[in-house]
Design a protein around this ligand. Structure first.
Ligand code: BES
Ligand code: ZN
Length: 409
């Protein structure tokens, strides 16, 4: 009997050697919209009902179903691939959920707090600075960036545009009034570098306001080649940041440090920002606020209608955006969600930092040409609309970076 069992076990073990090992199925840990996971009957291993995000381990077929569903409702990727997430690999998804729960708790605390931001005090200097935003500058920056064949992190020359961007910024900053530092940041997850410009704070230099967006682009269309102009995604947000820096550099030195980031490898899984945010957390850097500008050129929900993403962002900063809108922007703000960590704000939010993601439209009305060779400047591109996002960056640098305000938790 015993030998029979042994033989059976032996057969079983040799037999499994001929069956494809589990990893060949390429199951992936992902975060996706809870509604999508439920509609597709995919087992949800953990969830955050508040932001309606679910965690699941999915097979390629399930991935395909989610993607199809996402595309049918006008979404882009549809889920966030966590298989490269070092934190998840080392500490498991319990840790990921604890982090998600912490964010929820902070937002809950803020929402229950008796003192909330109601309005910003209008400043003539800030109003004047906002009038300096130039639509034609924005157009020329987007034209320049989208003329590179691609800005992909897996390209044979992944840093061609990064080097050129650094040179341009250095030339521009030549006559800056504020002490600054400019550097390329190398990464271990990609050969592409991120770029950072720091405007050093005069009173509280250790308190940091981050203004960022991804500089890379990608072509994900079937047989679509490698042409990835990425005009909207994300030459637009990158251009908004250049324009904000141009205006800020000859204004009085801010009390807090203002850091500009042009991230690497966002399109391959938030690579650059994930490393940077992790590093900042490890160094216990006091980042007060993180602005993410990713896609600002296509006014799919109407001119001056801004989608404010409520997942992976801070309630406090979303209120701050509404308050600055009343005082300075006079646009329309509509709350919406990506349903997964769709851009670099999620990297910072995962490390516990307060993030804000004002987006070109609501998710479903956003530009459908992204990730193809058709993401170019077109008659639908709207630089007046895009200019508002530079103004958001400016108010954060001129108001928040000159105050003591922070998320009250
Ligand atoms: N700009 C997009 C995110 C986006 C697309 C937001 C459409 C809202 C509407 C970003 O560059 C991107 O493509 N992100 C990836 C996810 C990332 C984790 C690789 C995506 O959405 O598939
Ligand atoms: Zn993209």
């Amino acid at each position: 009997m015993k030998t029979a069992m042994m033989a059976l076990l032996l057969i079983a073990s040799t037999a499994t050697a001929h069956v494809a090992p589990l990893e060949n199925f390429e199951t992936k840990p992902i975060l996706a919209d809870l509604k999508d996971l439920r509609a597709l009957n995919i087992p949800v291993l953990a969830k955050d009902e508040d932001v309606e995000v679910g965690y699941a381990i999915v097979t390629p077929l399930m991935q395909q179903r989610i993607q199809e569903r996402a595309h049918s409702v006008g979404k882009c990727g549809g889920f966030e691939d966590l298989s490269q997430d070092v934190m998840l690999q080392s500490r498991g998804f319990d840790h990921l959920l604890t982090e998600m729960a912490k964010t929820k708790e902070k937002n809950d605390l803020y929402e229950r707090a008796p003192f909330k931001i109601l309005s910003l005090e209008k400043s003539a200097q800030i109003e004047a600075a906002l009038t300096e935003v130039s639509e034609s500058n924005l157009r020329s920056y987007v034209q320049w960036l989208s003329a590179f064949p691609n800005r992909n992190n897996r390209d044979s020359q992944p840093n061609k545009h990064v080097v050129e961007m650094k040179q341009r910024l250095e030339a521009m900053l030549g006559n800056a009034q504020i002490p600054y530092e400019i550097s390329e940041i190398t990464h271990s997850s990609t050969k592409q570098n991120s770029l950072r410009v720091r405007l050093i704070g005069s009173q509280r230099p250790n308190e940091i306001v981050v203004l960022g967006g991804h500089l890379d682009s990608i072509n994900q269309s079937w047989g679509g080649g490698s042409q990835a102009p990425g005009a909207d995604d994300n030459a637009s947000g990158s251009a908004n940041l250049i324009e904000a820096l141009r205006i800020l550099m000859d204004k009085p030195q801010p009390q807090r440090t203002v850091e500009f980031f042009w991230y690497a490898g966002e399109e391959s899984g938030l690579l650059g920002s994930a490393e940077i945010a992790k590093q900042y957390k490890a160094e216990k850097k006091d980042v007060v606020a993180v602005l993410q500008l990713d896609m600002t050129l296509f006014p799919g929900s109407g001119e001056l209608v801004i989608g404010s993403m409520t997942d992976f962002t801070s309630s406090w900063l979303r209120d701050y955006l509404k308050a600055m809108n009343e005082t300075y922007l006079h646009a329309r703000i509509v709350d919406d969600k990506c349903g997964y960590g769709c851009s670099d704000h999620a990297s910072w939010n995962r490390q516990g930092y307060a993030a804000l993601m004002p987006f070109e439209a609501t998710f479903s009305k956003s530009n459908k040409n992204i990730h193809t060779s058709r993401d170019v400047i077109s008659p639908e591109s709207n630089f007046k609309h895009s200019a508002v996002y530079t103004k958001i960056a400016l108010v954060l640098a001129l108001d928040l970076a000159n105050s003591q305000a922070r998320q009250p938790y």
